[in-house]
Design a protein around this ligand. Structure first.
Ligand code: G3P
Ligand code: CA
Length: 248
């Protein structure tokens, strides 16, 4: 089973922060890191899960209504006085790209454009990935299939993760994308861990990366462990976990 850090090490550290990513990149055996991107008012790519800043910072309102400099004045809510800010995608690449270029770390970039459609997001992220020379280490995903087809047109060799709560919906959308892409396109299924509604046979030969919600910082670690062997037997190849360090 390949293990990814979901929003970085997001149970013990604030999600989608440089600290959460740095902790993750130093875990021996980790396959990669997942993160979420949105665009600011002035078109800068920032790494934050929600469309609004309310849950993770002291601010209020939508990311898209802040310029980058305004957004940078906000602080991530922490218990440990970490003095974190919402990172830009460039800052994250500055941290992760050296390891990615060595083939030792992958990055799943989730384009968060299902609620608001950020015009130009696909072009901006594909350009930035090329600028940092990390094309081979990226998996692009989105709940918004149109975005995935745009990424594919811009970067035909890029791996695409079809994202949906249910595995059957992921398969349905992937089969649709297979009609408009060539057979060498890498299309993975990214279902919710509670939406695994297909048999191993129905998904055989496919990459299936299941995401699990779990607790987020500042939640404390809980007792139960996930049964990764059972998931593997069900055909899951990779998992996104908030607490990957517990399994590696
Ligand atoms: O990409 C998998 C997972 O992160 C999707 O859900 O809400 O955590 O972004 P969410
Ligand atoms: Ca995500």
């Amino acid at each position: 089973m390949k293990i990814w850090a979901h929003r970085g090490c997001s149970q013990c550290y604030p999600e989608n922060t440089l600290t959460a990513f740095e902790k993750a990149m130093n875990i021996q055996g980790l396959e990669g890191i997942e993160l979420d991107i949105q665009l600011t008012k002035d078109g800068q790519i920032v790494v934050i899960h929600d469309e609004k800043v309310d849950r993770t910072t002291e601010g209020t309102g939508y990311v898209r209504e802040y310029s980058l400099s305004e957004l940078k004045r906000l602080h991530i809510r922490t218990e440990d006085n970490l003095k974190e800010h919402i990172p830009t995608m460039e800052e994250v690449f500055d941290l992760l790209a050296p390891k990615m270029r060595l083939g030792k770390l992958r990055l799943n970039i989730e384009l968060k454009n299902g609620v608001f459609y950020y015009v130009g997001m696909e072009e901006k992220i594909v350009d930035m990935v090329a600028k940092f020379g990390v094309e081979d280490a990226i998996v692009y995903s989105s709940f918004y299939p149109l975005s995935l087809t745009k990424v594919h047109v811009l970067s035909p060799k890029a791996e695409i993760g079809v994202l949906n709560g249910k595995l059957s919906n992921c398969l349905y959308m992937a089969m649709g994308m297979e009609q408009i892409t060539d057979h060498e396109t890498k299309l993975a299924l990214h279902p919710g861990g509670i939406g695994l509604d297909l048999s191993r046979e129905e998904i055989s030969g496919r990459t299936v990366r299941a995401y699990f919600g779990g607790h987020l910082y500042p939640s404390k670690p809980t007792g139960g462990r996930m049964d990764l062997e059972k998931l593997e037997a069900a055909g899951v190849t990779d998992v996104f976990l908030n607490e990957p360090e517990r399994y590696l």
